[in-house]
Design a protein around this ligand. Sequence first.
Ligand SMILES: *[C@@H]1O[C@H](CO)[C@@H](O)[C@H](O)[C@H]1NC(C)=O
Ligand SMILES: *[C@@H]1O[C@H](CO)[C@@H](O)[C@H](O)[C@H]1NC(C)=O
Ligand SMILES: *[C@@H]1O[C@H](CO)[C@@H](O)[C@H](O)[C@H]1NC(C)=O
Ligand SMILES: *[C@@H]1O[C@H](CO)[C@@H](O)[C@H](O)[C@H]1NC(C)=O
Ligand SMILES: [Zn+2]
Ligand SMILES: [Zn+2]
Length: 447
Amino acid sequence: MSSSFKFICYHFFIIILHVFAATQILSSSTHNSSFNNFLDSAKNPEVYDWMINIRRKIHENPELGYEEFETSELIRTELDKLSIPYKYPVAITGVIGFIGTGLSPFVALRADMDALSMQEMVEWEHRSKVPGKMHACGHDAHVTMLLGAAKILKQHEKEIQGTIVLVFQPAEEGGGGAKKILDAGALENVTAIFGLHIVPDLPIGEVSSRSGPILAGSGFFEAKISGKGGHAAIPQQSIDPILAASGAIISLQHLVSREADPLDSQVVTIAKIQGGSAFNVIPDHVTIGGTFRAFSKESFNQLRQRIEEVIIGQAAVHRCNATVDFLHGVKPFYPPTVNNADLHEHFVNVAVNMLGIDKVDSVMTPYMGSEDFSFYQEVIPGYFFMLGVKNASHKRFESLLHSPYLEINEDGLPYGAALHASLAASYLLKHQRDTVPGVERKYHDEL
Ligand SMILES: *[C@@H]1O[C@H](CO)[C@@H](O)[C@H](O)[C@H]1NC(C)=O
Ligand SMILES: *[C@@H]1O[C@H](CO)[C@@H](O)[C@H](O)[C@H]1NC(C)=O
Ligand SMILES: *[C@@H]1O[C@H](CO)[C@@H](O)[C@H](O)[C@H]1NC(C)=O
Ligand SMILES: *[C@@H]1O[C@H](CO)[C@@H](O)[C@H](O)[C@H]1NC(C)=O
Ligand SMILES: [Zn+2]
Ligand SMILES: [Zn+2]
């Protein structure tokens, strides 16, 4: 089976080369067949079963940010088996693989590896074996799909016109692993980067994204409001930090409702409040904490400044002192995720050709969640999209990201692998053609 299968794939790939060399970037759904071989390859049991097995192994052994040691080892073992060279360690547990000529152009594909601190509540054979940790954001699937893409692309390495850089990144969930990958210099010379996120409420085989801002920038803060504790029945002898914290929380709500442009979406949420432990004692201090979100750096910085002013000002109104900590060391600010317009066009062409025009939502409503993929986009043109892994039998709200009940329909894995592979391979073809004169003729000769 495998030799005739390879033969067919090879021919399909030559057709892709030809189509890309000889035409403008495809802008309609008429050239459908040329991309389907990647999806067929990914659905082939040789790749599909292998991916399912990998995803379940990673799912059973979730590891938190910068602790993805066994996940990283599993990735390296699979890359070794595929004879794909890689750099390790990059950013503690990160792995950077290379497929292609080793020469420019370079295009990167990114998968995040970390899990969340939460207890899985799904009863199934491959549930998390680590109490209190779970792959509840689908990063197990992201790693698997990138390995799937690597396996497919490796079969076509001779036809790749440049280098595909596989980025297995640690610590997306708050740790800013993307920033560490960049700081390590691992993506020098890369001219485009693609990433995806699974979404459990989008059907299998469907994708959605948009040009421009797609996810918000996000920051966290924690404030300590200090007063003077005392007997709850004799308030005049105390300085009450609970009242001061209440004033601050109420005033913080006015930042979005009164100070922000109603057409510029922003969020300020106080998600944490701690203070006091008795019914009849005014405590010495109260801590409050939360998150803020915005789609532009200006709005984000404005919120940051006003959160600090409002908390300190409201504390002063109530004769308290306050300090506000934006937790830079532990939880770096994530910039807004902003998709490059040219890469959007490229994505839509690839996705429409592979999936059909009705499966591609190219004007997705932006979402207030955030992603550290945005760090890449600050220095490299980048593109991030959503991939459906919906289980049709699930009711709405049953299975959500960051929910202990998250379940992924594994039939979505081949779509992620094939889209990764196709986005990268066709990007290189397009850019090779842009930069090297006479390349068109070369493809004709090969045919
Ligand atoms: C980027 O390209 C320069 C010049 O060709 C080279 O010296 C450098 O090693 C490359 N960096 C990486 C990370 O490949
Ligand atoms: C606030 O800080 C000032 C200056 O350090 C200090 O004198 C005052 O006692 C503090 N007030 C409270 C309620 O902690
Ligand atoms: C592309 O091909 C697939 C599978 O052959 C088919 O399901 C899909 O409808 C086609 N899309 C278009 C736009 O023709
Ligand atoms: C869909 O969910 C049901 C119930 O949780 C489960 O039995 C089934 O295996 C799931 N199907 C897929 C394809 O994941
Ligand atoms: Zn997440
Ligand atoms: Zn995630």
